[in-house]
Design a protein around this ligand. Structure first.
Ligand code: PHE
Ligand code: ZN
Ligand code: ZN
Ligand code: ZN
Ligand code: CA
Length: 297
């Protein structure tokens, strides 16, 4: 598995910050900063050789957009999808929530192209609109699929808030083994969780389970019976003393700027961004091509 250059991921975050700054301070649904964010991501993917589709939907009287990017090749009846919401709240630029997942997935997609990766499974990336208004874009996407198209998606990986400034390393608890809040997910979710866990084992970073209850864009996928998983570094919740012992940091909010104007490029933990970008690449390479790859260090 390639090592994802965190500097490239940070360069995407700087671009998303500039887009927000130039458009009233946010990248929210129905605001110009959202469409400018889609245009930025789409331009890089088109140039890299992806087949992109901008899907429109309407919510709250405004047009929203999902960006879908297919990597040509692989078995389209067994597609692995990787997604992140690209919208922010109106209060701020949304750099951790969710520039982080959007930028990490973008750089993994660009690395797929640079590597000429031709896995057995088909790869499709998605950037969702209007997550902050109730998972509107991802719901519109899943609702737009026929039964056969839903069955052709063998797994969905979701990344929402992967560089919180006081990070935890949480995996959606697809096997319902280490979080009592929810789960288990559709069959196959446990394998996704285990694959992500394997990456953290190789770098010696402990992980914990977190609610698999639909509080991000994997919700409509698991409702449709599609196995899913993902990483989360924490939002408004407070890191406990035990979690400080586990991961370092302080016994304060994982992200004190959650949904606030201070969720800027200063609100990013670079180590978490680097580890999680590499974890995404490891999961994509492993799950898309039969599980024989060496993790990046
Ligand atoms: N979906 C939440 C938001 O965008 C963040 C979140 C992600 C919460 C994952 C829990 C788990 O605000
Ligand atoms: Zn790295
Ligand atoms: Zn989010
Ligand atoms: Zn949010
Ligand atoms: Ca678990």
């Amino acid at each position: 598995t390639p090592d994802i250059p965190v500097a490239n991921v940070k360069a995407h975050l700087a671009q998303l910050q500039s887009i927000a700054t130039a458009n009233g301070g946010n990248r929210a649904h129905g605001r110009p900063g959202y469409l400018a964010s889609v245009t930025y991501v789409k331009g890089l993917l088109d140039a890299a050789g992806f087949t992109t589709t901008q899907q429109s939907f309407t919510y709250n009287g405004a047009t929203g957009y999902n960006l879908i990017a297919d990597w040509p090749g692989g078995d389209t009846s067994d597609t692995l999808m990787i997604g992140a919401h690209l919208d922010s709240v109106t209060a701020g630029p949304g750099i951790n929530d969710n520039g982080s997942g959007s930028a990490a997935n973008l750089e993994v997609a660009l690395q797929v192209a640079r590597s000429g990766f031709q896995p057995a499974r088909h790869l499709r990336f998605g950037w969702w609109g209007a997550e902050e208004l109730g998972l509107r874009g991802s719901t519109a996407y899943v609702n737009s699929l026929t039964t056969a198209q839903k069955s052709a998606i063998g797994g969905y990986l979701n990344f929402d808030m992967v560089a919180s400034p006081n990070p935890g390393y949480f995996l959606y608890d697809g096997d319902n083994s280490d979080n009592t809040g929810s789960g288990p997910g559709p069959t196959g979710s446990a394998e996704i969780e285990q694959t992500l866990a394997d990456y953290y084992t190789t770098i010696g970073v402990p992980t914990r389970g977190t609610d698999f209850d639909g509080r991000s864009d994997y919700g409509p996928f698991i409702s449709a019976g599609i196995p899913a998983g993902g990483i989360f570094t924490g939002a408004e919740g407070r890191k406990t003393a035990a979690q400080v012992t586990l991961w370092g940091g302080t016994a304060t909010a994982f992200d004190a700027c959650y949904h606030a104007s201070c969720d800027t490029t200063a609100n990013i933990n670079d180590t978490a961004l680097d580890r999680n970008s590499d974890a995404i690449a490891y999961a994509v390479w492993t799950l898309a091509d039969g599980g024989t790859t060496t993790p990046p260090t």
